[in-house]
Design a protein around this ligand. Structure first.
Ligand SMILES: [Cu+2]
Length: 358
């Protein structure tokens, strides 16, 4: 797995133009996600974590810049993205593999939920809720049929719980307060245990006050590898892309363009992308240049994989695709709801690229 880049080492100061780009990311939510704005406003959240109420793309702001100014902003974003591909511009590395130990035949993981600040785009930090101080949380990975135990510490000021999205667990491990368990109150620890099945790309997330808690980052990937390799699923690279649309606007793995991770491959290599949507809106992910071969839906292998160039991922869904890097170049890779990806100020939000080298 190489879902993440190396640790950023330097605090980056806010850059005025990038602050504006983050602002526009929020504006996109205001236009395309009207329901989202209403919902979060009704819930009294997020007051401080989104600029969407302060900016309206229909107000005429889009025409205030000259063509030259728009191009300059666009160019600067691309330059920042390419710099980020070499040396991350933001603090905080998401989805790090979670260490485990085997105790009496059970694979044991440990998660700690806490309230942190998370840097989404350079200089833009938001109040987040995180497992092990990562947004999204660390990667839990195991093999189908393994018994796993996850010890959860709640260091937040709110109660929480964890639902194992896609897993066929015993009912009392399903993670819904007052339905299958008591809530995990602040300052307490709770332990889940189940046999990991079925195989595939799954997720774990809070199931308490989940609009706020999942929106702010209490989620992560759960990959259950099949006992035997599946023909046609071989790849040289394996990446998780978790889509979200609350904390800091539209994000891939907790970061918005230009801080999104670029994916790299050599000509002829196969890349597996595992899409997971933890957001409140659909996100059709479009890759320039090459087809995406869809091999699984919600973890289940498809009997007849199919090729397409845009994969529409609804909230809660997972799709795994294989891409063969056929030609060198920088191939842009983005959500095709354009208000999630590009505005007069250039690209923002759910945009990344597949960089193919000879
Ligand atoms: Cu989108």
């Amino acid at each position: 797995m190489s879902t993440t880049a190396t640790d950023p080492t330097e605090e980056q100061g806010p850059r005025p133009s990038l602050r504006r780009r983050a602002f526009l990311a929020g504006a996109g939510a205001g236009v395309a996600g009207t329901g989202l704005v209403a919902f979060t406003a009704a819930a009294g959240w997020p007051a401080a974590s989104n600029a969407q109420d302060d900016h309206d793309m229909s107000s005429g702001d889009t025409t205030e810049m000259t063509d030259e100014e728009m191009l300059a902003h666009h160019k600067e974003g691309i330059e920042q993205f390419l710099a980020n591909a070499e040396d991350p511009l933001t603090e905080g590395v998401p989805i790090q593999p979670l260490e485990s130990k085997v105790v009496d035949g059970v694979r044991v993981f440990e998660l700690t939920a806490s309230e942190i600040e998370w840097e989404v785009t350079p200089g833009e930090k938001y109040e987040a809720m995180a497992f092990n101080e990562q947004v999204p949380g660390p990667l839990i990975r195991c093999t189908e049929g393994e018994r796993i135990r996850v010890i959860v510490h709640n260091e937040m000021s709110q109660s929480t719980s964890i639902h194992w999205h896609g897993q066929m667990v015993p009912n009392d491990q399903d993670g819904v307060p007052f339905v299958t368990q008591e809530a995990i109150k602040p300052g307490t620890t709770y332990t889940y245990e189940f046999v990991a099945k079925p195989a595939g790309s799954h997720m774990y997330h809070s199931h308490n006050n989940s609009t706020e808690q999942v929106g702010k980052g209490l989620l992560g990937p759960l990959i259950v590898d099949p006992k035997e390799p599946i023909a046609g699923h071989e790849s040289d690279h394996d990446h998780v892309l978790i889509l979200n649309d609350a904390l800091g606007g539209f994000t891939i793995n907790g970061k918005g363009f230009p801080a999104t991770t670029a994916y790299k491959a050599k000509v002829g290599e196969k890349i597996r992308f595992r899409y997971m949507n933890e957001g409140l809106a659909i996100h059709p992910m479009h890759l320039h240049g090459f087809p995406q071969e869809v091999i699984t839906k919600d973890g289940w292998p498809l009997p007849a994989p199919y090729k397409c160039d845009t994969v529409n991922i609804a909230p809660g869904e997972r799709y795994d695709v294989i891409v063969t890097a056929e030609d060198p170049g920088i191939w842009v890779f983005h959500c095709h709801i354009l208000t999630h990806a590009e505005g007069p100020d250039g690209m923002f939000g759910m945009v990344t690229a597949l960089i193919v080298e000879e």
